[in-house]
Structures are given as C-alpha cells and as structure tokens.
Design a protein around this ligand. Sequence first.
Ligand SMILES: [Zn+2]
Length: 290
Amino acid sequence: MPRPTAWAALLLAASACALRPRAGEGARITAVEVQGQRVEIRYQPEDAAAAAPVAEGVREAVPRLARFARLRRTVTITIHPSRESLEAVAGGYYWLRAWAQYATVDMLSPRVWAWQGMEAEPPGDARVKQLVLHELTHCAMYQAAASEWTWNVKGIPAWFREGMASVVAGEGSRRLPIREVWRALAREEPPGGVWRSPGDPLPGGDPLSDPGPLYAEESELVYGTAHQAFAFLVRRYGDERIRQVLARMGSGAFFAAAFREAIGLEPAAFEADFRRYVLWRGWEAGPEAP
Ligand SMILES: [Zn+2]
C-alpha cells in the first residue's frame, strides 16, 4: 500500500488530470476518405492549422500504403495539444512524437514539436505528412496481420515493424547511415568474434534483436538499424513475399511462423544474414536503400 505522501501525490495527479484539457474534449473532427479507407482526425481548435497537413498527409498516404497493406478499419488520429495530453495515453514514451496502435494514432501537435526540443524549428508540411504515412503504415500492418485483440501479441520484431514504416515513408535520408549501424554492430559483435545466440542479448540491448533497452536513449540507432534491415529484406525477397508474411499472420500465424513460411527461413537466420551483410560491409558494393 502506498505511503500517505504517495497517496497525496496520486490524488494531486488525479485532480490535475481532471482539470487539464484532454484531446478528446471539445475536439473538432475532420474525416478523410480515400479509396474506401477512412481516417478521422480529432484536434483542438488551436490546432486547426496543424490539422490541415495531417489531413493532406492522409490523402497522400493511403495510395502509398497499398504497397504492403490497406486500412481495413477506420483509424482515428488524435492531435494532442500538449506533451501531457499525449503522455496520458502513451504512458512513459515521453520522447515520442506519435504512437500508433491498431486503429488509433496519437500524435503531438506539430505546432509544439519545436517547443519540445524535438525539432530545431517548426516542421514543414512534408515532414508532417511523412510522419502520418509512417504511423498509418503501422495501423495498416497491424490490421492486415491481426485482430484488435491480437495485434500486439503476434511477436512482430521492432526491426520489421519500424523498418516497414520507415521504408514506406521514405525516411532513409533522415535515418542513421548504414556505416553508423555497422559501427554499432561491430562494437558489440566484432567480426571473427563469437556470434551471440538469439535470446542471449548483451546487457544494454542490441539494436537489431533486443532494442528495448535502447529505445529512449539511442532511438536513432534502433530506427536506423530497423530501416536498413527491412530495406535488406525488401531487396532480397521483394514486396510480394512481405505481403505474404502479413497475410499469413492475418490467417492466424504468429510472426515467426508466418515469416518462415513466406520467406523460407527463421527470423533469427534472417537477422544473422543481415548482421553479416552489415559487418562484412556488403553494403559498400550495393545500394543502401530500395
Ligand atoms: Zn514507428
């Protein structure tokens, strides 16, 4: 049972939450429908201008999502006017600009990204649209692969999840270059050294197979590794095989089984292949991104 001071703090927090305006209260709604897919954007009146490029981003995103999946369910994008409002739904992911789930995207208003130190200056419309495409790719992936109740227990690894969103959104140029991914992997697992077995991560995490401990402090490394790994998957096996991974998950398989059936090898074997490609500098001879 919490100590009295903790109780007081909880009560204070509860009353602060009650007084603080939430994104859902008094919100305006803009609905966008493209190719039979529907997205509703909820925002506070002060974010009307910020909502315009979000709506435009949805219109442009839906045709590009078709590369791997489509939105089967209406997605609600909530533009949060403040960091506190986003944290109320995203919990401890304090460093996020946006958080996608099965049929929702919660995003911090681009109006305040610069204030929050996330960008040096207010983002242009192109960056906002790119973020919308990235987040909607997550929703489309989850909806193709699972139900509302199973999407977060399918065992989809971070490199596949974030890599697909990053590749579809064309974020390669803002990601860490593959040379930096090589530096990070080489530091942890030098060529000629002992290959770690999956499930035996180094303390402090691994950007490919165990990114959890690195998300907050080294997110650029995690996202850069994810982008490069997914781009490698696309180059080797092509879009259709990746659509098959999603389809097999949609028919009930967990990620590992779906990947094995569609790609023809275990996820851990693919991760080892990618690791070798990076460490042996296969990328010096070829394109870094599709
Ligand atoms: Zn993401």
